[in-house]
Design a protein around this ligand. Structure first.
Ligand SMILES: CC(C)(COP(=O)(O)OP(=O)(O)OC[C@H]1O[C@@H](n2cnc3c(N)ncnc32)[C@H](O)[C@@H]1OP(=O)(O)O)[C@@H](O)C(=O)NCCC(=O)NCCS
Length: 248
């Protein structure tokens, strides 16, 4: 079963999107008929096909708006991207006679090839990017579970689980101890569908500490063995470890 929602109009909307005149209406119908940014499968087909942007399941807001993120951006699953976030994958040519895009951007009709290559950016699963943050070309990777403060200017890669803020953005702290970071990475909880996670709400709605490493292990155990997951009311301590992680 498909994890996301796909309306019966999906194929038509994807084809219709080719026409610039129909773009906005096709996008809106897809979004509305499939439950919005979180769930729309058609939007996740349109974005890579026509805009070169890959967006994982349940990620939302600015990353799913067509044409806002440049081609070359890959967004993981469960990513929160607040309003006004902008990504730049290349700079103007500061060391040439002119910096004007006429002289590096082939789409403007003067040069036959782009003379400044555009980079890429990967935004890790469950990252949270605050309002109006700017991601500059020096940043190629925003880590899994990383936090970018509102209004920050990010010029370098952001490690997994780091909280960064300011212009230029600096690390304020890490969300978790190294031990917990390791366990969360090994759990790969973000690979689970929302339906599966909803059966383990308890482990997702409390502060993650040593105790909760065990609860987190439940998610993985469930995924691997596809056993019946415990309901929110059952004791999470009953489970085994995350593969390779000592939780005692
Ligand atoms: C980054 C953020 C999560 C940090 O929250 P926090 O862990 O509670 O951090 P604090 O408020 O304790 O601040 C810690 C330090 O970072 C600084 N700081 C926090 N957020 C900052 C920001 N956005 N830009 C610059 N500096 C920031 C604080 O001034 C403080 O500095 P100090 O230690 O020199 O006094 C939060 O400030 C933020 O920006 N949230 C984004 C909100 C948003 O955009 N929401 C959109 C809707 S989804």
């Amino acid at each position: 079963m498909e994890e996301l929602r796909r309306s019966w109009l999906s194929k038509l909307l994807i084809t219709g999107y080719k026409s610039r005149r129909l773009r906005s209406i096709c996008y809106r119908i897809a979004r509305i008929s499939e439950g919005g940014d979180f769930y729309s499968s058609t939007v996740r087909t349109i974005l890579p096909l026509y805009h070169g942007v890959v967006v994982g399941a349940y990620s939302y807001r600015e990353c799913t708006a067509p044409g806002v993120f440049p081609a070359g951006v890959t967004v993981g699953r469960y990513v929160s991207v607040a309003a006004g976030v902008r990504v730049f994958l290349r700079n103007h040519s500061v060391d040439r006679l002119s910096m004007h895009p006429f002289f590096y951007n082939k789409e403007l009709g003067y040069v036959t090839e782009d003379t400044i290559p555009s980079g890429t950016l990967y935004i890790g699963h469950d990252a949270w990017i605050g309002e109006r943050a700017i991601i500059a070309p020096g940043c190629k990777r925003i880590g899994i579970g990383a936090v970018i403060g509102a209004g920050s200017v990010v010029t370098k890669d952001v490690p997994d689980f780091a909280v960064v803020a300011g212009a230029p953005a600096r690390i304020i702290r890490f969300r978790f101890s190294p031990e917990i970071q390791d366990a969360v990475l090994k759990s790969q909880w973000w690979e689970l569908s929302l339906q599966d996670l909803a059966r383990n709400l308890k482990s997702l709605t409390v502060t993650l500490d040593r105790e909760q490493l065990t609860a987190n292990a439940l998610l993985v155990a469930r995924r691997v063995s596809s056993e019946r997951a415990p309901s929110a009311g059952e004791k999470s301590e009953a489970s085994g470890n995350v593969a390779g992680t000592d939780v005692n």
